[in-house]
Design a protein around this ligand. Structure first.
Ligand code: 0RQ
Length: 501
């Protein structure tokens, strides 16, 4: 195949992944591309893992810091975690090997709001960024970089790192050119200006990354597909959750609190999110828009059918079938999709201005509406907060959804008190399970508790929750948010002892 490194001055930097990985030093902080399994480097992380494995087997402890957009894939997170090569990982992961290392105490991890990452690096809060390893689709004649299937923090990595390693992936489609909007107007306080974005489809930047060519130390040519997660058809619980949400949205339109075309949608990842989007396909709403992080199969289908007029995101993360559809009709989708840096896709200012309807998954909620999205039984990380906090805090409407039970019904996802809080009661307006939807707007803590227990809890756990709440109403010293502190975590303690809840 013809090289996509069209800039003549850069051609002498083409080398193998092993040669490129040899340019990384022990202890380096590395900013890698990648967001929800899209646009991550495919070759250099594996080469680096081999190098680390070799060093470790010679008794030379070699670790690096790995910063990304969000989750990546086994070739990156899995490869580096399995050779114990990661000192510090941020801001989000969902890899089984990574998770196991973190929970075993063998790897440090910081779980950060995705909109914070770039600015924390600009501010110097996270230390020095030594190397960027970024996948691109191609390099133009004048040395601009055509982004790949995700943008994430790539602009920041390219701007801030001392050295840049590029992977030019010829399996990505050159017709992606024009689907990206890289905003170069962000400033540091006290010089910040409003971000001039007032609709999901507004272009405020440029289609390519600028890069200082002197910093490019290596270019590796690859030809490899993204993770391409397969989706299963929505299960019964997901369909019921989606049904409650669609009824609620219709109710809100009737009440005049939402326009008929709704407001821009943000949807988390996974089965329930996909079921909601599938429900919108058959629903009454037209001319929808999305301002979200990740564009998955469900949204692509909505764009295709015309229900969704426009989608802004930072990554396109599709199954193999959906990817085929996407590539065959790229000209169509390029008119309807914009990918932005994650500090813009998740920007609190923009989310507040546009009035987003945010829908995210959770592990559990307590009776007052505090939400745990990240930690099983209070201490074991699952994935991370991701963008859910960026959206929940600043949304027009913030919803959290989960089946009412986990582990085959043994565990209740509605509990007296969550043992880890990601979204406080102040940021949670709607809680949805397959049992029903609790609209918490305008309710006091005690009213919230009654609503969540009655609407959302599974019948197997409702009596115990009612009993806890009733006794808290009698025994709690404070009657604003009644709790029995010696009992509040007893549900989790029973589950940890293997006795269900
Ligand atoms: O574990 O497979 O080992 O049994 O948690 O649960 O039901 O498959 O749900 O895939 O939708 O994930 C919150 C993790 C939900 C996800 C979370 C166990 C359950 C299973 C997964 P097993 P499900 P989902 C956009 C926004 C944070 C990031 C975010 C998430 C596993 O939605 O990571 O929102 N959100 N980002 O068994 C014990 C409970 C449990 C439980 C579920 N109460 N107790 N285990 N599980 N509930 C994306 C980005 O930001 C990039």
């Amino acid at each position: 195949a013809e090289s996509r490194v069209l800039c003549p001055a850069l051609r002498n930097r083409i080398m193998s992944a092993d040669e490129a990985a040899a340019l990384i030093r022990k202890g380096d902080n590395i900013g890698m591309s990648g967001f929800t399994g899209a646009g991550y480097p495919k070759a250099v992380p594996g080469a680096l893992a081999r190098r680390i494995h070799q060093a470790n087997s010679e008794g030379d402890r070699f670790k690096v810091g790995i910063w990304t957009g969000a989750s990546t894939a086994p070739e990156l997170d899995g490869a580096l975690a399995s050779v114990a090569g990661v000192e510090m990982r941020l801001p989000y992961q969902s890899d089984p090997v990574c998770r196991q290392r973190i929970n075993a105490g063998e790897m440090e991890y910081i779980d950060i709001h995705l909109s914070h990452v770039a600015q924390f690096v600009w501010f110097g809060f996270l230390g020095h960024l030594d190397v960027a390893v970024v996948e691109v689709t191609g390099i133009t004649e004048d040395g601009q970089l055509i982004p790949s299937t995700s943008i994430g923090n790539n602009k920041t990595w390219l701007d801030e790192a001392d050295k840049i390693i590029l992977e030019v992936n010829s399996a990505q489609d050159m017709n992606l050119l024009g689907m990206h909007d890289i905003y170069y107007g962000t400033q540091r306080p006290p010089h910040r200006k409003p971000i001039p974005l007032v609709a999901p489809g507004d272009r405020i930047g440029q289609p390519t990354f600028r890069v200082n060519p002197d910093k490019i130390v290596a270019i590796v040519e690859t030809h490899a597909a993204d993770r391409n997660t397969q989706f299963s058809a929505p299960d019964e619980n997901s369909r019921r959750i989606a049904g409650h949400i669609l009824d609620f949205l219709q109710h809100e339109v009737k009440k005049g609190r939402l326009p008929p075309e709704l407001l821009p949608l943000q949807s988390g990842v996974g089965n329930i999110a996909n079921a909601v989007l599938a429900g919108l396909e058959d629903g009454p709403f037209e001319n929808l828009t999305a301002y979200t992080e990740v564009l998955q199969d469900g949204m692509l289908q909505l764009l295709k059918s015309g229900k969704l007029a426009f989608a802004s995101a930072t990554a396109v993360s599709l199954s193999t079938d959906a990817l085929k559809e996407f590539r065959e009709n790229l000209a169509f989708y390029r008119e309807r999709i914009l990918l932005r840096p994650q500090e813009i896709s998740n920007h609190p200012e923009v989310i507040r201005r546009l009035g987003i309807i945010a829908m995210n998954g959770m592990i559990e909620a307590d009776i007052y509406g505090n939400v745990n999205s990240t930690h099983v039984m209070g201490s074991q990380i699952m994935n991370g907060i991701g963008g859910s906090g960026d959206f929940a805090r600043n949304a027009y409407l913030s919803m959290f959804m989960t089946p009412s039970t986990a582990k085959g019904g043994a565990i209740s996802c509605i509990v007296p008190m969550v043992p880890h809080v990601d979204h406080t009661e102040h940021d949670v307006q709607v809680v949805v399970t397959e049992q029903g939807l609790a609209d918490l707007r305008g309710l006091s803590p005690k009213q919230r508790a009654e609503t969540i227990i009655e609407r959302c809890a599974h019948p197997d756990f409702k009596p115990a929750l009612r009993d806890y709440y009733r006794r808290a109403l009698k025994g709690s010293p404070g009657q604003h948010t009644p709790h029995l502190l010696d009992e509040a975590f007893s549900w989790h303690l029973r589950a940890l002892a293997g006795r269900g809840m």
